[in-house]
Design a protein. Structure first.
Length: 457
């Protein structure tokens, strides 16, 4: 009887392990599905923000802020230049079609009302009169912080989500207007739902196949154990024979252990299949994460990665931890003039070339494109002297790799750097301001040389 109880216990163990695997797979699948949906939302939002940021970088904030109704009615040169810039972006006025529904500019009047300015759509907002829908992200944009609406809003054009990017004046600090990029809420929700549904189907199929295989194996093992129980009951008639059979069961009854080996092999195969499915889903999640934190043009980090790292540094400083880092800010020279003279493809090539060299010298994980023409580098555990040597290496490498394009298009970038000093810096912003000041000093020298050369020519 003891042997029979032992075999029944084995059957229970198989059932418990199979059930546990199913529960674990369901939990992992649910977590991956929720994570995938969140990553997809982040990817879409970042694409929309890149569109609004690109538009903001191409527009002249001082000129837009100065536009009047007469400029609109008479189609003056400043008005048409901004209008044509926005018109170059491909939009779709049909609800639910295309990634970009509308792109336009809003400004804040003297009475603090936020109204439509440049709007190249077929049904534009009334110039400098019609108010836009107020959202938290829009108000933050007028404070200099780009953002995306958390919730869709309804206006006379439809149900929309919007990404906002501030348009700065010539001082690079004062917000003159905001570039707005709308996407249809139906398209946004469909993209997110479709992605989530795909992950759900993959997870469900994995659980279904794994569960079916586990239950089938459990049933087969139970049947074999029940057969062994019956044989052991028959052997109880003769105690002496039972003892002998226990010592040499294979010789007397010809029990083939091949079935047991096959069972172990099937369990191992099931484990391998479930493991492969998990690895595939993990790779997919990793890909979505990289998309959300990578600038598509240069391949380096984007604003998401930049703000995540600066927030972590501020937290360490606040907690009194020992912190050592250097910060470098690059501002691409005359990007707007290059775009106007040679086209945006050449301008993009300029950004891509400088971003590539920065990534090679400072490291992809330390480099971030934080604006249309601005690239930042954050070097932890690096002194100011080491940073200076790396900047010199960047200048030499960039000059060598882009010799022809520098001569033809004038590719270059002004830069400034600073290192964290616990005696004077209370947060990351303090280091940023010192580096930014140094960068603008270098940019002023660069523009002076350009003006002097034009006079000579």
């Amino acid at each position: 009887m003891k042997t029979k109880k032992r075999l029944s216990f084995s059957t229970k163990v198989v059932a418990i392990v199979s059930g546990f695997l199913l529960v674990v797979d369901v939990a992992i699948g649910t977590i991956m599905m929720v994570t995938s949906i969140n990553r997809m939302q982040s990817v879409i939002q970042n694409k929309v923000l890149e569109v609004s940021a690109t538009a903001a970088a191409l527009l002249n904030g001082d000129e837009i802020k100065a536009l009047t109704k007469e400029d609109h009615d008479n189609k003056t040169e400043p008005y048409m230049k901004a209008y044509n810039t926005l018109s170059a972006f491909k939009t779709s006025a049909v609800d639910g079609h295309g990634e970009l529904a509308f792109i336009y500019v809003v400004v804040q009047r003297e009475d603090n009302k936020i109204v439509f300015s440049i709007d190249p759509s077929d049904d534009p907002g009334v110039f400098l009169e019609e108010e836009t829908i107020y959202t938290a992200a829009l108000l933050n944009a007028f404070k200099g912080q780009p953002g995306f609406d958390d919730q869709a809003y309804q206006d006379r054009w439809g149900l929309l989500y919007t990404g906002y990017a501030p348009i700065f004046g010539s001082d690079k600090k004062t917000v003159k207007a905001v570039a707005c990029a709308d996407v249809w809420a139906s398209w946004y929700q469909r993209e997110v739902t479709t992605n989530g549904l795909s992950v759900f189907i993959m997870t469900f199929i994995t659980i279904l196949l794994g569960g079916g295989a586990a239950l089938t194996l459990a049933g087969r093992i139970k049947g074999r154990l029940d057969a062994l129980n019956k044989e052991m009951d028959d052997l109880q008639e003769d105690v002496q024979s039972l003892l002998k059979d226990i010592r040499e069961p294979a010789n007397i009854y010809g029990i083939d252990t091949k079935d047991e080996n096959e069972t172990i092999g099937e369990i191992a195969e099931l484990k391998e299949q479930i493991g492969s499915a998990r690895i595939g889903l993990k790779k997919y999640i990793a890909f979505m994460h990289k998309q959300a934190y990578t600038d598509q043009l240069t391949g380096i980090g984007n604003r998401n990665g930049y703000f995540e790292l600066t927030t972590a540094l501020d937290e360490k400083i606040k907690n009194g931890e020992k912190v050592e880092f250097s910060f470098v800010i690059f501002d691409i020279n005359l990007l707007k003039e290059v775009n106007d003279s040679y086209g945006h493809e050449v301008g993009d090539k300029n950004i891509e070339s400088i971003g590539k060299t920065i990534s090679e010298i400072f490291g992809e994980d330390h480099s971030f494109r934080i604006g249309g023409d601005e690239i930042a580098v954050i070097l932890e555990n690096t002194s100011e002297e080491e940073t200076k040597k790396m900047i010199e290496k960047f200048e030499a490498t960039f000059a060598q790799e882009n010799l022809d394009d520098i001569a033809k298009y004038g590719f270059s970038a002004s830069k400034g750097y600073a290192s964290f000093d616990p005696n004077i810096d209370e947060d990351f912003s303090s280091v940023f301001k010192r580096a930014d000041k140094n960068m603008y000093a270098e940019k002023a020298k660069y523009h002076s040389k350009v003006k002097a050369k034009k006079k000579t020519d």
